[in-house]
Design a binder for this molecule. Structure first.
Ligand SMILES: [Fe+2]
Ligand SMILES: [Fe+2]
Length: 189
C-alpha cells in the first residue's frame, strides 16, 4: 500500500518544476556573463515547454473533467501558456546583451508568476480535493515518463543542439512541436 505522505503526486511534481524555473530566472537576473545568461535562458525555455505540454496533455484534461468551472480554468491557463510561448519565441533569438533579452525576461517572469499563482493557489488544491490520491500519483508517473522522451539537463536544448531547433525552431508553435515529439506523430520534416 502506498503511503500518501511519501508518494509524490502530480501537484508535488508540477510545483517543484515551477520553483526550479523561478530559481533559474533569479540566477539569470543575478548573472552577468552573457554566455551563461543565454545558456540558462535556453534551459528555462526547454523546461517550461516540457512542463506546459505535460500540463496540457495530462493535467488540464483532468481539470476539465473534475473541477467545477474546470473548462473556464483550462481556457484561462492555456491562454497564459500561449503568452509564455510567444515570449519564449522572442527570447530564443535575443542576444544576452540586448535590451530585448531583459525586457522579455521581465515580461516572462510577470506572466509566469501570475500563472503559477493561479495554478498553485486555486487549481492544484482543487485537483487534490476532487481526484483520488492514487490517480494523482499515476498522473505524476505519466508526466515523468513523457518528460523523459525529451532529453533533460545538462543543457538539454542548448541552441547548438539539433533537438533544440527541432523542438523550438522559429515559426512553429513550441507546444505543438513538442507535442509532436511526444505523440510520435508521423510526417514531420
Ligand atoms: Fe500551466
Ligand atoms: Fe504549471
Amino acid at each position: 500500500m502506498t503511503d500518501p505522505t511519501t508518494t509524490q503526486d502530480v501537484v508535488d511534481l508540477l510545483t517543484t518544476d515551477h520553483h526550479e524555473v523561478l530559481d533559474l530566472l533569479e540566477e539569470i537576473k543575478t548573472s552577468t556573463a552573457p554566455d551563461r545568461r543565454r545558456e540558462l535562458a535556453d534551459v528555462v525555455i526547454g523546461e517550461l515547454v516540457r512542463h506546459s505540454v505535460a500540463e496540457e496533455m495530462f493535467v488540464y484534461p483532468a481539470m476539465r473533467r473534475h473541477l467545477p468551472d474546470g473548462d473556464a480554468a483550462v481556457e484561462h491557463d492555456v491562454g497564459e501558456h500561449k503568452e509564455l510561448e510567444q515570449l519564449m519565441k522572442e527570447w530564443e533569438v535575443a542576444e544576452a546583451g540586448d535590451p530585448d533579452f531583459d525586457r522579455v525576461l521581465r515580461e516572462l517572469e510577470e506572466v509566469l508568476r501570475d500563472h503559477i499563482q493561479d495554478e498553485e493557489s486555486e487549481q492544484f488544491p482543487q485537483l487534490r480535493t476532487h481526484i483520488p490520491h492514487e490517480e494523482l500519483v499515476g498522473m505524476a508517473e505519466r508526466v515523468e515518463a513523457a518528460k523523459k522522451v525529451a532529453p533533460t539537463r545538462p543543457h538539454p536544448l542548448a541552441p547548438n543542439n539539433a533537438l533544440f531547433h527541432f523542438v523550438v525552431g522559429p515559426g512553429v508553435g513550441l507546444v505543438d512541436r513538442l507535442r509532436d515529439v511526444w505523440t510520435d506523430r508521423p510526417n514531420r520534416d
